[in-house]
Ligand binder design. Sequence first.
Ligand SMILES: Cc1cc2nc3c(=O)[nH]c(=O)nc-3n(C[C@H](O)[C@H](O)[C@H](O)COP(=O)(O)OP(=O)(O)OC[C@H]3O[C@@H](n4cnc5c(N)ncnc54)[C@H](O)[C@@H]3O)c2cc1C
Length: 421
Amino acid sequence: MPRPHILILGCNFAGLTTARYIHALVKEKADITIIDRKSLLSFVPNIPLQVLADVNPAIDLQYKFMTFLEHDGSNFIQADVLSIDADSNRVTYRPNEREGHPVRTIRYDYLVIALGNRLAYDAIDGFGEHGHSVTDAFLGNRLRAYLHNSYKGGPIVISSDVFHQGASTHLPPGLPVALAACEGPPVELSFSIAHWLEKKGKGGASSVYLSTPAKVIAEDAGETILNQLLPMMKKMGYNYKADTGGIGRVHEGGIEFNDGSSQEAEIAIVFPDWQAHSFLKGMPFTDDRGFVVTDLYMRNPVYKNIFAVGDAASITVPKIGSLGHMEAVVLSQTLAAELGAFPGEVKPLEFEILCMGDMGGTMGFYMRTNEWWGGHESHLEMGATPYLLKMGFKKMYYTLGGRIPQWGIALSEMVGDHAFF
Ligand SMILES: Cc1cc2nc3c(=O)[nH]c(=O)nc-3n(C[C@H](O)[C@H](O)[C@H](O)COP(=O)(O)OP(=O)(O)OC[C@H]3O[C@@H](n4cnc5c(N)ncnc54)[C@H](O)[C@@H]3O)c2cc1C
């Protein structure tokens, strides 16, 4: 009997880790194919660090994963995914190493969608000419060049546009709704850039204008953490504004918000709306915005052979890699159980934020909380340990090819929850 074919679309954090976890459980019981348009993983969370250190983010943050997939016996195809036909179990793709390939079709028994999102910078008027960000190497290098060569010491705005979260009657009930997709990075960058400004003698926290379209920044960090964080940032001198209504326009010398207010800015660093890829919109397995609908086992409730993980999944809010990581564990166990390769009981996803941020000067912050989802965990620590954990995570990820052992995460939590320096 032919082995079932598991097709994974996307090979960044969510796709690579899921592929490797599935293989570790299922081994020879299934064939695995992964498709991504690039054959290097972008280690996005560390881009701001390299920008401030004046190091090209393309140097150490584009990670070669191919030997790990070869070692597992998984197939990798470098191609653009074009469409999914959920009724005939087929995906169309076009290999993209060279121009001129015909469109090809691949059949699957199980489909895992780990394609992330499109970041809608093109929806922000003036971004192309006047906006900055840190979400990929191109933008990282653009900001790096300005900061290190041209920056005159003016105000630095850090702000998010409105996120349009998807809805569907097939989603688990009671999910909280966010007005910004991912506000860990703006908070992290506020800390690290203020440290950089001080070090360079060009300002400090009072040069940073942090704002959010939501009632409060990083609302998913939960009340307990925010009640510590926000007064602390105010005391440090940060300028802070909530309820901006989103970004209206970025222009030379400033930014305009949708609530009618504006802010002078020499540099406007913005985080856009995280949107679903256009070819996923209107699919029978996606929500009203094109994010893939799943239950808490990462499986689509209607098309039961379709799964999603990471930013592409509708339930991944905020759009943060640590949630994607937990989803990868649940998804791989669910699929393995279906193939008779997981003996235990599969536990559904339990939402939690685990975030380690750089604060500059080898200091960092650590957050672990589930308050936003009604839980009672809430840990905020600052010091050298969170920074070491952040850097240690990258090392562990690279060494193990994305297959972080469960004890690795548990150890990080134990150390982070009790950081003493
Ligand atoms: C500045 C910044 C800092 C961050 N810091 C943290 C942090 O400290 N901790 C944390 O947990 N999270 C952090 N995040 C969030 C984290 O980076 C994302 O949640 C994570 O990258 C999502 O992983 P993913 O694999 O789901 O999607 P992505 O990383 O977006 O990967 C999607 C993959 O799909 C591929 N793809 C997309 N469309 C196609 C197509 N049509 N055909 C073929 N391939 C396609 C892409 O090439 C890509 O490899 C940060 C984000 C930013 C922007």
